[in-house]
Design a protein around this ligand. Structure first.
Ligand code: 2GW
Ligand code: MN
Length: 293
């Protein structure tokens, strides 16, 4: 009777389990990590799960020199959309402590301003984030939060980002590179570099501006990236996309346990393709001349 529709046939499951699927996008990596898209998860189940564990989530950003101008919008929009209903610690790394606005936060949410040095070269400003994240993971984050979400500051939240993203180690598909052929990924191609990835390797191209995981995993990731950058520096090499290149190298041999779709890191300069049902975290347009000099 049930010869074709066996016990595990999809029609035997509850509608809410079956509806958590998308047929237009890749939903799982070949190593069985979920790729998080709108319509692929049940947020009520996940909220209950993480609430029960009473998790605290750390959100880290760097606002060095003129990038302090981005902090207000970043935090305001995070208050509205980031992990609402869960415990959140914002960690703002800056060299200009007095430029960071004092903001009123919802209950269960706190902000810590961490004073750090400002490197002269912008490439170093970007890359040294790895070293500082490593050091603070060990010294401070370990005792304060369960997960870290590490992002660029020139961004605003414009839709929900919740516990569906949490996993031991996660990366995000780069909005400009999803759908590109592997050989066109802008990995570092110099074999002398610690970030080198050959043309016939690599799964996805991950964005430098959005990764996370538990503290232990973020410690390992940032430690690897920083050490690789220092080894290259000794050889007078710098990878093509700085920290992003080293991050991609790390993820090649340490597969993320979850991958976030570009919903989680979008730039409206790319338009809004059909598969993109939500833009949860988008780049704030910036006047490069004014802000970077
Ligand atoms: C200054 C001049 C030029 C470039 C960056 C900066 C700068 C960056 C700065 O003066 N102050 C500062 O705090 N930053 C921090 O570095 C800030 O958190 C910013 O979001 C982050 C990355 O710089 P950003 O956002 O200007 O560069 P994007 O959006 O092109 O970043 C992508 O590529 C980078 C590597 O080149 C990183 O991998 C980054 O994560 C990517 O999103
Ligand atoms: Mn950015």
């Amino acid at each position: 009777m049930d010869s074709i529709k066996g016990k595990f046939h999809i029609t035997n499951f509850l509608p809410c389990l079956v509806s958590s699927r998308r047929s237009d996008v890749l939903m799982m990596t070949p190593w069985f990590a979920p790729i998080v898209w709108d319509g692929t998860y049940n947020i009520d189940i996940l909220n209950a799960h993480f609430q029960q564990r009473n998790v605290c989530i750390g959100l880290t950003v760097f606002a060095i020199k003129k990038y302090t101008v981005f902090v207000q919008t970043f935090i305001e929009t995070a208050e509205k959309y980031f992990m609402v209903g869960h415990k959140v610690n914002y960690y703002v790394f800056t060299d200009r402590v007095t430029d960071i606005p004092i903001m009123e936060l919802a209950e269960g949410r706190q902000m810590r301003v961490l004073r750090v040095p400002a490197y002269q070269r912008w490439q170093d400003v970007s890359m040294r984030r790895m070293e500082m994240l490593r050091d603070y993971s060990y010294q401070q984050f370990r005792g304060e939060v369960d997960y870290l979400v590490c992002v660029d500051v020139d961004m605003r939240f414009s839709d929900e980002v919740g516990v569906e993203i949490l996993s031991d180690l996660f990366g995000t598909l780069h909005p400009g590179m999803c759908g590109a052929k592997r050989e066109h990924y802008t990995y570092e191609r110099n074999p002398q570099s610690e970030a080198y990835i050959p043309f016939d390797e690599g799964d996805f191209y991950y964005a430098g501006g959005y990764f996370g995981g538990n503290i232990e995993e973020i410690y390992k990731l940032t430690n690897f990236c920083h050490n690789a950058m220092m080894a290259d520096k000794d050889k007078n090499i710098e990878a093509i996309w700085h920290d992003e290149s080293y991050l991609n190298k790390y993820f090649l041999y340490h597969k993320p346990t979850k991958v976030l779709s570009p919903e989680y890191l979008w730039d409206n300069g790319f338009g809004i393709p059909k598969f993109l049902k939500r833009q949860r975290f988008v780049a704030v347009p910036k006047n490069h001349n004014e802000i970077r000099n």
